[in-house]
Design a protein around this ligand. Sequence first.
Ligand code: SF4
Length: 342
Amino acid sequence: MADTRETLLSLTDYSVAFDTPDGVVQAVSNLDLDIAPGETVAVVGESGSGKSQTFNGVFGLLARNARTGGAVNFLGRDLLSLSSKELDKVRGRDMAMVFQDPMTALNPAMKIKRQLAETLEIHRGKSRREAEREALQMLKQVGIPDAERRINQYPHELSGGMRQRVVIAMALLCQPKLIVADEPTTALDVTIQAQILDLFRDLTQSFRTALVLITHDLGVVAGIADRVAVMYAGRIVEEGKVDDLFSRPAMPYTAALMRSIPRVDREAEAVEPIPGRPPNLIHPPSGCPFHPRCRFAEEKCVRERPPLGEVSAGRRAACWFPFIDAEAGTGGENALAETANV
Ligand code: SF4
């Protein structure tokens, strides 16, 4: 269970920009987000919303043309001010990242045993023997069948689901305080997806590891997250507890995102793509970046950008006309019609 009194990772006024021949791409803008120990936070949004770049920046994995701003405080240190050598020590030991493609993290020419053991030898100073013993134990813990045989194989000899388990095992070996998983189940079939998510749930509970799940799959979010942050055009536009946000989205973009995704409990015809296209981040729209696609947009939305403000207890949204009114406790007629549709 998350302990909301402590903060493990804190992003403050955090920005990521890329210098390109066409201009500056403002991928992430003035983002504030806190993650507590043991908490699972889902970061959702369309592709290009900045969700992956936010955490690539936290891990120091951005392309060379990137610039970061603001502060990223993790375990009392500002990661943005660390040298790459210092950051290397933190990565793998205190925080780990799991990508959609497990081969990003695995060396195809090295047996699983060596890859896992090396992590412990480097980050925890374990002896080779001890590291290999712990590696085998972890493979069993993440549910790799016949682990004694599998540990002596190369990555290509394993199925996609098994490779992803190996990567998760590698991420967990040093018992990090934070795991960021970027679309970790997208490439897997539905049964394996469910197993991997169960695995994350069990492991975050037993190790009190905080998990940030970057995904476009709201089904995944509902099953595992405590809290959701919705991103649009490089900003958080809504944030709150998963049940609250799903049952009553406060912001038109969140509602539109939910309507655009197929759900098992709804007719296929009820799926409604979000009109228009995600904004150009070199020349973003004025005011609210969602206004060209928002059916509730008014004059003020075109002129002024809404701040991310509290709309109810524990709930933040960036909208001039949220469906939830903090003072009245509800929204207007449009809001009620909209939320009934979600
Ligand atoms: S601020 Fe205006 S344009 Fe933006 S989401 Fe709210 S109603 Fe729509």
